[in-house]
Design a protein around this ligand. Structure first.
Ligand code: 5GP
Length: 361
């Protein structure tokens, strides 16, 4: 495990509200319990539970959102999540989150995202490079020298943001999120994710917003094939997104299309097993895709909800699929090619991996 922690890593599929520390969730629940908003003893075991079906996961997200959807807490969890990823040598993080409205406290999707940006700026334990075109904050930090991830020096992490559309949302709400993403491009927002309960909503509802996003140059990643839904899977693949997440319920035609378009897959091993989207690692599609040299990247999905970390996902892959250190290093390095950030960032990341090569042998 120690080696997997030292390995520099790229995280491309992490949901902000799924990546919160248990200790923070419990603390927030206690406070709301004291205020009488929730009953702490009812939610404590829900937070600490380890095995969850996909349906239970989405119930848990409803609870998490009650605990976190205020500006101060959004700022706090963003800061903590970035610190946690950096502490295990994640050198590039594409963090995704669903901009939310909470009328009772005057929260708009924009003010939610401003709280996320405040969280990014508040990180002090590591250097965060997050805003490529923003002279006030980003470009200075962006130009900080690269760090060798395993030499014990102060760490640096690149952070970029994806805004998620929740499948419960209407076309208009999805469009609002895309427009917000466009307005926040200079602050490191690179693209759009479609997520949320896969048994809710219709592909055609989100399509206009996703097309608009693409026309305006945003990158797109879709949660695809988390449940059996052949028509939707085909429609999503025909859209040719830049990446897809999960791909658990693909059939032969879907694999053919995915491979034909060479669409990278964000693989979340622990998440797929815990939610029983895949029955066991022995039959996980990682092996086929890896052997076919199809672009794949290991990710956490929800490090908090599934009690995992990116280092742990590499450890799980190594033991389940018999990968040695060299293969794991290459797998981690390959992920650079599928990030949504520009070539300058890719070059920096390649240097970080090259520096790490010697030390990790
Ligand atoms: P947030 O966007 O609130 O920061 O992160 C939590 C949200 O991400 C959830 O409410 C859900 O919409 C989405 N999400 C997290 N994990 C999953 C997952 O495994 N599958 C899908 N489809 N959506 C997820």
């Amino acid at each position: 495990m120690e080696w997997c922690v030292s390995l520099p890593k790229v995280e491309l599929h992490a949901h902000l509200n799924g990546s919160i520390r248990d200790s923070t969730l419990l603390e927030l629940a206690r406070v709301l319990g004291e205020k009488g908003v929730i009953v702490f003893s009812d939610v404590e075991h829900v937070i600490l539970k380890n095995d969850r079906s996909l349906t239970e996961v989405f119930k848990l997200f409803d609870l998490i959102h009650i605990l976190t959807t205020d500006h101060t807490t959004v700022k706090r969890i963003t800061q903590e999540v970035i610190e946690d990823f950096a502490s295990e040598n994640v050198v590039y993080l594409e963090l995704r989150t669903t901009p939310k409205r909470n009328d009772s406290i005057g929260m708009t999707k924009r003010s939610y995202m401003e709280a996320v940006m405040e969280g990014l700026r508040a990180v002090s334990t590591v250097d965060v490079a997050f805003a490529p075109h923003n002279v006030d904050a980003g470009s200075l930090r962006e130009s900080l020298p690269i760090n060798d991830a395993c030499d014990g020096k102060r760490k640096k992490i690149y952070v970029r943001l994806l805004l998620s559309i929740d499948r419960r949302e209407s076309t208009a709400a999805a469009m609002e999120t895309v427009k917000l993403a466009l307005e926040m491009r200079d602050l490191g927002v690179l693209g759009i994710d479609l997520s949320g309960n896969p048994v809710v909503g219709e592909w055609m509802t989100y399509l206009p917003a996703l097309e608009f996003a693409r026309e305006h140059g945003l990158y797109i990643t879709l949660h695809c094939g988390e449940v059996p839904n052949p028509k939707e899977i085909q429609a999503m693949l025909d859209f040719i997104p830049q990446r897809v997440g999960h791909a658990c319920y693909f059939e032969e035609d879907d694999w053919k299309k995915l491979k034909h378009y060479n669409i990278p897959v964000e693989i979340c091993l622990t998440s797929n097993i815990v939610t029983a989207s895949v029955s066991s690692l022995d039959v996980h599609h990682f092996a086929d895709l890896y052997n076919a040299k199809h672009p794949i990247v290991l990710c956490t999905d929800d490090a908090g909800v599934f009690s995992t970390s990116l280092s742990n996902e590499y450890k799980v892959a190594a033991s389940a699929f018999g990968l040695g250190k060299r293969e794991m290093f290459q797998l981690a390095k390959n992920a650079i090619e599928f990030i949504f950030a520009d070539d300058g960032v890719k070059q920096d990341l390649r240097k970080i991996f090259d520096l790490a090569t010697k030390k990790l042998d």
